[in-house]
Design a protein around this ligand. Structure first.
Ligand code: PMP
Length: 427
């Protein structure tokens, strides 16, 4: 039962580790798109453990791969050859679209971005980095140093000189009212202006769709336009695909592909979903960039046999079952269903996103003011109705986040939408 844990977690966890819900939830097990709490209540999972459960809870194919590998060996060392690691790296290199790609595995998205920064700053001999306003890239010292989202950047001290540019958010700020073309032009002008006032940066890092920021993004093609400016100056582009990779956005396998004219990024980082719950992160870069380090650099637990076996089974399942196509089809239906509900709920400013990565922005009715209290109320009401969703946003957590496992069925999408509808109507 959860009750005995409630007081105890304050004793051991730091105060800055905020839990969801007034009465925090203890999840004990899951199956498919459902999870159960310690009191036996069942929930439809529209947050997939913040997208870490990419395919499904307790997916038999992944469970089998993990238990078979556990019976052989969990981990030897990255200093020895490791077959599942090589095989997964080969598949990811091919899927990445990056020519002459090399892969390096880490244990988290934070460590992946740290590695990307290590590569980019070394390659370019510059510790100046461009990042997007409202961004989130992880919790290490350097990842916090490129995180524009104030709610997730607990220190302003940084090993990097970071400059933030416009483009990730369209609902707020000076360019909010512009159409796609004018928005992109304004963002490019902002980028050029920033570049005029700084030392040559190593890289621009960006999430193709901002995850923690509330599933917001600039128009398709934005990073293609940025890319032209960056390439002229030799600045690298790092795409943080920790939330957007593996077909989540439905239309594309990677988020950067919505900006396809720009071609693949110089460096791509991934994590979360690929392990379906096992901790895998990683970096993909073309060999010239990946090989710029001139001393050893290892991640002891990056690329363990057990996580790699899980990743291989999970990726194989995803591709064989065309889960990207499922995200597009089921996500499309879900978005239209939510949009029709939204039209009748004055708190809903917009329903945005693509595939199974949908954001619902809540504002005080009749105003542009973010309404974090409404977002929390809907989160609670959805839980009461048997549905788990997420929250996100910029300085204020006023967006709801919907990111179910990619195997979501049409019936489950309808069931979840009905619960969300009554939670929204209860505002
Ligand atoms: N980048 C993005 C876009 C993320 O959403 C996250 C996690 N929310 C991270 C990096 C950090 O990943 P991790 O928590 O695995 O360190």
């Amino acid at each position: 039962m959860t009750k005995d844990l409630l007081g105890r977690h304050h004793a051991v966890l730091p105060d800055w580790l905020a839990l969801y819900y007034e009465e925090p939830l203890e999840i004990t097990h899951g199956e498919g798109r459902h999870v159960w709490d310690a009191d036996g209540n069942r929930y439809l999972d529209f947050f997939g453990g913040i997208l870490t459960t990419m395919t499904a809870h307790a997916l038999p194919e992944v469970t089998k791969a993990i238990s078979e590998q556990a019976g052989r060996i969990l981990h030897s060392s990255t200093l020895y050859l490791n077959r599942p690691m090589v095989e997964l790296a080969e598949r990811i290199a091919e899927l990445s679209g990056i020519p002459d790609a090399r892969v390096f595995f880490t244990t988290s998205g934070t460590e992946a971005n740290d590695t990307a920064l290590l590569l980019a700053t070394t390659y370019r001999r510059s510790n100046t980095v461009l990042a997007m306003r409202n961004s989130y890239h992880g919790r290490s010292f350097s990842a916090v140093g490129i995180t524009g989202n104030r709610g997730w950047s607990p220190t302003s001290l940084s090993p990097l000189q970071t400059l933030y540019v416009h483009g990730g958010v369209r609902t707020r700020g000076p360019f909010a009212h512009l159409d796609d073309e004018a928005f992109i032009a304004a963002c490019v002008a902002d980028l050029k202006d920033v570049l005029g006032h700084t030392r040559p940066p190593a890289a621009l890092i960006a999430e193709p769709v901002q995850g923690v920021g509330g599933f917001t993004s600039g128009p398709d093609g934005l990073y293609a336009a940025f890319r032209e400016v960056l390439t002229e100056r030799g600045i690298l582009w790092i795409a943080d695909e920790v939330q957007t990779g593996w077909g989540r956005t439905g239309d594309h396998f990677w988020g950067w592909q919505a900006h396809a004219r720009s071609g693949p990024p110089d460096i791509l980082t991934f994590a979360k979903g690929i392990g379906n719950g096992m901790s895998i992160g990683g970096v993909v870069a073309r060999a010239e960039v990946m090989n710029c380090l001139d001393a050893n650099s290892i991640s002891t637990f990056g690329g363990t046999q057990i996580t790699m076996a899980a990743g291989l089974a999970n990726l194989g399942y995803l591709l064989e079952h065309d889960l990207q196509g499922n995200a597009r089809r089921v996500g499309g239906l879900l978005r239209e269903r939510l949009r029709s509900v939204a039209a009748q709920v004055p708190h809903v400013r917009e329903v945005r996103g693509r595939g199974l990565m949908l954001g619902i922005e809540l504002t005080r009715p009749g105003t542009d003011e973010a309404d974090p209290a409404a977002a929390s109320a809907v989160l609670e009401a959805a839980r009461d109705g048997g549905l788990l969703i997420g929250k996100g946003g910029g300085h204020d957590t006023s967006a709801l986040r919907v990111a179910p496992p990619l195997t979501l069925t049409v019936a489950e999408a309808e069931e979840g939408a009905a619960i969300l509808e009554s939670a929204l109507r209860s505002l």
